[in-house]
Each structure stands twice: as C-alpha cells, then as structure tokens.
Design a protein around this ligand. Structure first.
Ligand code: GDP
Length: 195
C-alpha cells in the first residue's frame, strides 16, 4: 500500500454529540488508532503515513482530549483517539475513554472498521491495554496490535514480550514497529490498510 494522499479532516472533542453526526455521514473504511499515552502513537501514525505532526499538535496542546480524523488515499478514514492512562488510576478518565470508544463502536453500523492498538514493546502489554482490547474485542471489531519501540528491546526480552502478548491477546495479529529506524513500515502499512 502506497500512501498517496493524507488529508487532515478535523479534530473533534470527546463529547459524543460531536461524534455521532460524523459517523452518520461517514461510509468509508475506518481505522481507529488507540494506545496508552507515550507508547508512541503519534510517532507511529506520522511514520506510517509519512507526515510529520499530523497527530501531535492538538493532542499535546493543553492536553485537550480530541479525536483527530484524517483521510488517507480517499478510501480510508483514520481516527486517532486520545491516549489512555494519562492520569494514572484516574477512574473517571478511564471510564470516559471507555464510553467514547464503546459509544463509537456501538453506533458504527457499517462495521467497516479496524482497531489498531499500539503497544510499547519495551514495557510490554499492560493491564490497561488488555482492558481496552477486551471491550473492543467484545464488539467483534477486527484488531491489529503494533508493538512499537522494538529498537529498544533485546532479542531475549522481546521473546518474553511476545509470550505476554499471546497470553493477553490470544491469536490476535501483531507486528513490530520502530519509529526510530522505520523498520517494518512496509509490512505494517499492508496490515493496517488491508480490509
Ligand atoms: P504518544 O503519547 O503515544 O503519542 O507518544 P509519542 O509519539 O509522543 O512518543 C512518546 C516518546 O516515545 C517520544 O519521546 C518519542 O520520541 C518516543 N518514541 C516513539 N516511538 C519510538 C520508537 O519506535 N523507538 C524509540 N526508541 N522511541 C520512540
């Protein structure tokens, strides 16, 4: 898959009222990007799409939680969700994000979508990642895992991470990634954008 055109559409706030009209109008194949804060979600999106600062600006400014939406090659809509686990242990924030995602999945009648969960290969999957995975998986949504920052991980450690990924997520498809070396970019593009 070659990235020909990336167009930033808009940022929407986390209020569901803002999300619903967008869903009604949208008939394109959608890719949801999710991940814990600091796993490198913004970096992965920029690296994959070959565009700098696509996802960064609004995500960091004043820590406003927004969903950034951009169109890729006219056929795909990418939705960059707020990073989760920002305020550690803050139940209210956690529940809020869960509600946003669940509302979103529930109302997307077309089911023309895939969720890409980005994990930190150095840290390994966390309980929070598993929680988010579970409520997306429950909805029957297709999921792809990207293990980012693989450049930081020694081979032996990586094997442990893989075991944990299998324990947490079963046979869900996963791929490594490194924004530093851009390794695995071609293969990742293929998996992210295959329907
Ligand atoms: P986000 O909060 O998930 O959007 O994370 P960012 O994209 O802001 O990245 C968080 C930090 O991780 C930054 O300091 C990045 O430079 C770093 N980072 C992101 N991807 C990689 C990677 O593949 N390898 C390494 N070594 N660092 C990375």
């Amino acid at each position: 898959m070659k990235i020909q055109e990336v167009k930033f559409l808009k940022s929407i706030t986390e209020n569901e009222e803002d999300i619903f009209p967008l869903i009604d109008k949208n008939k394109k194949y959608q890719i949801l990007f999710l991940g814990r804060s600091n796993v490198g979600k913004s970096s992965v999106i920029s690296s994959l799409l070959g565009k700098k600062d696509l996802a960064h600006s609004s995500a960091k400014a004043g820590k406003t939680k927004t969903i950034n939406i951009f169109e890729v090659n006219k056929d795909f809509q990418c939705l960059d969700f707020p990073g989760y686990g920002f305020a550690r242990g803050n139940k209210e924030n956690k529940d809020k994000l869960r509600d946003i995602i669940l509302n979103y999945l529930q109302s997307n009648v077309s089911k023309n979508l895939k969720a890409v969960i980005i994990l930190d290969a150095f840290v390994g999957p966390t309980v929070l990642d598993k929680e988010v995975f579970d409520y997306i998986d429950e909805k029957g949504t297709q999921i792809l895992l990207i293990l980012n920052k693989v450049d930081k991980v020694k081979r032996q450690e990586l094997e442990k991470t893989i075991l944990k990924v299998k324990e947490y997520f079963g046979n869900t498809k996963y791929i490594f990634y490194s924004c530093k070396t851009n390794n695995y970019r071609e293969d990742s593009l293929k998996l992210v954008f295959e329907r």
